[in-house]
Design a protein around this ligand. Structure first.
Ligand code: CS2
Length: 494
């Protein structure tokens, strides 16, 4: 293996690799980011890198990894540097990103994580921890006391291990020390993510320290954001490619697409980096952008992930090369667009065309099985809200029913050939229990519709919806997924 990438090696990089346009070591940190996964490294860290290059400031990022220690062990010996590989149809480019200062593995150094949140220079606490990590009951705007991290942190709030507990303890320490709070910036694919996290943080704080809750309510900003960049999990091939491009070993390299988008509510009480320098868009209200992205991009992604995985398509690009499935992708986007309120300056047909092109990008190996993960956490905001809207407004519900039937078929945990796979869903056990003894499409649909906290009453209480999902699921069971997809696409062209 070559030498590891590090600050002292930047001058040794080939000219073809773009370097930070600033001296990373000369900038202090101002952001603590929880969840330093591939997505953060392809998105917020890159915007911050560009902002540092163009506008300077002490805005480097101290990462916190909640559970795994791998990313800390990969990035820290590299002085936080990593290679971002961008793969478009036109070719490949590489850039070394310098905005991450260090990563704290909270499981190993819990005090260091809290110290970073409570440090005077920390002005933003942002996060990408995936939907399931929050433990917020959306319907009630309160924490879910049955969520493992919430339960553990409520019992031991001074030594939190989950994201909400950590944000609250960080704020408690700041208040105790007379420091201004940080702005809390949620960058996960959740509707109204700012308000959602605010509700969870306030509710948690109320349970442990009501005076703190009052202080948070009056002083802490929780701007909402819409984030977008298709970023597959890194593989050995990613790391090998980074080494080939840079000449250095890099255990934190990632690859992503050329497209990137970030829409943010400009409400930061303690300042922020000049993210607009790299094209971030600041708006009054993120909600309509978020709805468009969640329903058109992520909803379609989930639909094609279940139908594609079970049609033996490993990658999203393979799904797009399957004419029948590609037609269903188009149909789904159109139906999702019909549930949205108009957004000035955005043509949903153009947006759909751009999405189809991004999904088809032959250079991006995005696994359907990766997107299929955590379905019960993703379905509500991606598919079920749009389905409810369509049902209530007399619009076409069939594309949504097909998507949900595909998820139900996936929830059985075996392919049409009988090969088993794990669902990789936090409710996996519950699903298995619910499906024990379910024999036909009717039993399966009934059992899954009854899962607590997934399907809204508006859908499960409507016979048109439940019978359509059941009917499509029955076709999937009888004809196999590929057969059902073909039949559905033919129906579409009739
Ligand atoms: C995907 C998203 O894995 C998934 O569920 O739908 O990660 C998607 O690639 C991103 O939201 C794109 O911005």
């Amino acid at each position: 293996m070559s030498e590891r990438l590090a600050l002292s090696k930047l001058t040794g990089l080939p000219r073809t690799v773009a370097c930070p346009g600033y001296d990373p070591a000369a900038h202090g940190s101002g952001i603590v980011h929880i969840g330093v996964g591939a997505f953060h490294r392809a998105h917020q860290a890159v915007y911050t890198d560009s902002a540092l290059a163009r506008k300077g400031g002490d805005w480097r990022i101290d990462g916190i990894s909640l559970r795994s220690t791998d990313i800390a062990d990969a990035l820290n010996p590299q002085d936080g540097l990593y290679t971002l590989i961008i793969r478009g149809e036109e070719g490949i480019s590489a850039r070394v990103v310098g905005s991450i200062r260090r990563v704290i593995a909270a499981a190993r150094e819990p005090d260091a994580a809290l110290a970073a949140l409570a440090a005077p220079e920390t002005r933003i606490a942002s996060m990408t921890v995936t939907e399931k990590a929050y433990g917020i009951d959306r319907a009630r705007g309160a924490v879910d006391t049955g969520h493992p991290a919430i339960a553990a942190d409520l019992a031991n709030p001074r030594a939190p291990a989950g994201v909400i507990g950590m944000l609250v303890e960080g704020l408690r320490l700041r208040r105790e020390r007379g420091l201004a709070p940080y702005t809390v910036l949620c960058c996960d694919n959740l509707p109204d993510n700012g308000s959602l996290v605010r509700a969870g943080v306030l509710n948690f704080a109320r349970r442990v320290d009501p005076a703190l809750a009052g202080w948070i309510e009056n002083n802490v900003a929780f701007p909402a954001t819409m984030v977008d960049r298709i970023t597959p999990a890194a593989t050995e091939a990613t790391l090998a490619e980074a080494e080939r491009l840079t000449g250095f070993a890099d255990l934190a390299a990632i690859e992503t697409e050329p497209f990137t988008q970030w829409v943010i509510e400009d409400h930061f009480t303690a300042g922020r980096p000049a993210w607009e320098a790299d094209g971030a868009i600041f708006v009054e209200d993120v909600a309509p952008y978020e709805a468009m992205k969640l329903r058109m991009l992520n909803g379609t992604h989930s639909m094609l992930a279940y139908a594609g995985f079970l049609s033996a398509h490993k990658y999203v690009r393979d799904v797009m090369a399957d004419a029948a499935l590609a037609r269903l992708v188009r149909r789904y986007m159109q139906a999702a667009a019909a549930t949205l309120s108009p957004l000035p300056g955005i043509d949903f047909t153009d947006y759909a065309n751009a999405l189809a092109k991004r999904f088809a990008n032959p250079a991006i190996a995005h696994e359907t099985y990766q997107i299929a993960m955590d379905g019960t956490e993703k379905l509500p905001q991606r598919i079920l809200g749009a389905a409810s809207h369509a049902l209530e407004n007399g619009q076409d519900i069939r594309p949504f029913a097909f998507a949900v039937a595909a998820w139900m078929r996936y929830a059985l945990g075996r392919t049409d050939d009988g090969a088993p796979y794990t669902l990789r869903d936090p409710r996996e056990e519950v699903i298995r229990g619910a499906l024990a003894g379910a024999n036909d499409a009717g039993d399966i649909a009934r059992a899954l519709f009854a899962l607590p906290g997934v399907f809204p009453e508006r859908l499960t209480g409507d016979e048109r919806w439940t019978s359509l999902v059941t009917e499509i699921l029955a076709t999937m069971l009888h004809k196999g997924m590929a057969g059902a997809v073909k039949e559905e696409a033919e129906r579409q062209s009739r």
